[in-house]
Design a protein around this ligand. Structure first.
Ligand code: 5GP
Ligand code: SF4
Ligand code: MG
Length: 491
């Protein structure tokens, strides 16, 4: 069938299908059950998870009788003040921080999502990306559903609202058994906190205790900040229901053939002070750096990290090679992460504002520049030339993960295949583009060797092209024609 024979509805469905496949949210989630200052605790939890998403955030609280919500664009500390938190009463709350690309940069996509069902109110905060969201969405819309966001996560809410099961728990499980892909979620009903992880276990989710209350958080660094004790991590496919202070565990899904915890959480995304599945992120990153030094040794005077992402691997590289570690490029911490700027033109600008070379350290020196990964190459192109301008005699790029050859479809924000420099160029081609004297990526084998210390299976698809859940490989989505919200008070 030729394109112009498609009906308008078909075309819209097609556009949506392509778009849904390109939603790569990065998110952090937090929940608390049974604490007198639930919203305040959630605010602090989100504050510690800010690195997982800087675009929008939100908190929903429940007194058991009434629910309250506040969501806005911006950072947690800017969005929530004392007055706002006072308007979020109750002993139960969930919260979300979010960053997303294509079509998603809108307040309407801010989470938690909430709905009033005939089983009561329900709010959901989701981390991860669903790979069959578009199919389900089309099916539901065909049956009259009206979606109010463009985010994949809304299908969970819509399915739940339509489920024929009795209780909200059963409805949630019914809904989750229909979606495919990555989900770690916290759900707030009138009086219960539910936490769940998909059967593959792509994204993290930890449980903690605080003064008799239960908390759930994407990472343990959030538990540390509020002084909660880490109880354990949720298992893949596990659903826990916490009601009246008691926790019930359900395992309703068919287990995946193998656990697929995202290896990139260890490499880059999680905070180094977090423990994922009992493994400290800092020590793991340092091991990557050591392995990298063994795989790609080079005579040099200094090991210099790209702050902050390459810091821990650079320390490992320096220790293993015996070459001194120096922070010969300083980072301005008051600039938001480069990657977060949506427009390419701003991104270039961002690198320059963000890093500056320490000239005195670099004059005539042979430098090993360490970062965790190269995505588009933007950062390293700028930094290599910055080092040279500051007098470095040689610049050797070392990357503590294998070439990023494919996008993530399970909840990490990576651009399309075509925009990934390692998908389009050989390693030596990349060396030439970034202008380095030599380049060395950690091998896939090296990554696997370091990961032998992990007690679980993992996904490494963006490096290996071995996708644990099949995904469509279309190009970038065309611009969707949507109503654009004009946000009040936006800057
Ligand atoms: P590039 O400049 O090559 O496009 O991006 C590479 C830089 O972005 C690296 O310093 C790396 O730490 C960071 N980075 C890599 N992957 C991601 C990601 O998925 N999200 C964000 N926010 N940053 C990333
Ligand atoms: Fe993580 Fe890469 Fe797998 Fe995505 S594709 S879940 S970023 S390892
Ligand atoms: Mg999502």
């Amino acid at each position: 069938m030729s394109r112009d024979l498609l009906t308008l509805a078909d075309q819209q469905a097609l556009l949506r299908e392509r778009e849904a496949d390109h939603f790569h949210d990065e998110c952090g989630i937090f929940g608390v059950h049974g604490h007198p200052e639930a919203a305040n605790i959630t605010y602090l939890g989100l504050y510690a998870l800010q690195h997982r998403g800087q675009e929008s955030c939100g908190i929903v609280s429940s007194t058991g009788r009434e629910q309250f919500v506040h969501r806005a664009m911006g950072l947690v500390a800017d969005v929530f003040g004392e007055k706002t938190l006072e308007k979020l009463p109750g002993r139960h709350a969930i919260g979300h921080v979010r960053y997303s690309t294509a079509g998603g940069s809108h307040l309407r996509n801010a989470q938690p999502f909430y709905a009033t069902t005939d089983g009561g109110p329900v709010a959901i905060a989701h981390n991860g990306n669903l790979v069959n969201a578009n199919t389900i969405r089309r099916e539901l819309e065909g049956r009259g559903a009206i979606f109010s966001t463009t985010a994949d996560s809304e299908v969970i809410v819509q399915l739940l609202a339509r489920s024929r099961e009795q209780t909200l728990e059963e409805r949630l499980i019914d809904s989750l058994s229909r979606v495919k892909g990555a989900f770690s979620l916290v759900v707030l009903t009138r009086d219960a906190l539910i936490a769940a992880r998909d059967p593959h276990g792509f994204r993290p989710l930890s449980l903690g205790r605080l003064d008799g209350a239960w908390v759930a958080a994407s990472e343990t660094c959030a538990l540390d900040l509020i002084g909660a004790e880490h109880e354990r991590d949720l298992d893949p496919g596990e659903v826990v229901v916490i009601r009246r202070g008691r926790l019930r565990t359900l395992r309703p899904f068919t287990p995946a053939p193998k656990e697929n915890f995202c290896i990139f959480e260890y490499i880059y995304f999680a905070r180094p002070d977090s423990n994922l599945n009992g493994q400290n992120v800092y020590s793991y990153r340092k091991e990557l750096g050591r392995m990298l030094a063994r795989e790609h040794p080079v005579a040099a005077d200094l090991v210099v990290p790209v702050l902050d992402s390459g810091n821990t691997a650079a320390l490992g590289f320096a220790e293993e090679s015996g070459i001194p570690y120096e922070q010969a490029m300083i980072r301005n911490h008051y600039v938001r992460r480069t990657f977060i700027e949506p427009a390419q033109s701003i991104r270039h600008f961002g690198v320059k504002v963000k890093h500056n070379a320490v000239r005195g350290l670099l004059q005539g020196k042979r430098v090993i520049l360490v970062d965790d990964s190269i995505v588009r190459g933007t950062t390293l192109i700028k930094l290599v030339s910055m080092l040279r301008q500051a007098g470095a005699r040689e610049v050797h790029a070392r990357i503590s993960s294998p070439p990023t050859i494919g996008p993530c479809y399970y909840g990490i924000d990576t651009p399309t295949r075509e925009e990934l420099i390692a998908n389009q160029h050989s390693v030596d081609g990349i060396r030439e583009i970034i202008g380095a004297d030599t380049i060395g990526y950690l091998s896939l084998e090296g990554l696997h060797n370091v990961s032998k210390s992990l007690k679980h299976g993992y996904c490494d698809a963006c490096f290996s092209d071995n996708y644990p859940i099949p995904v469509s490989r279309e190009g970038p989505p065309p611009q969707l024609s949507l109503f654009r919200e004009i946000e009040e008070g936006g800057s």
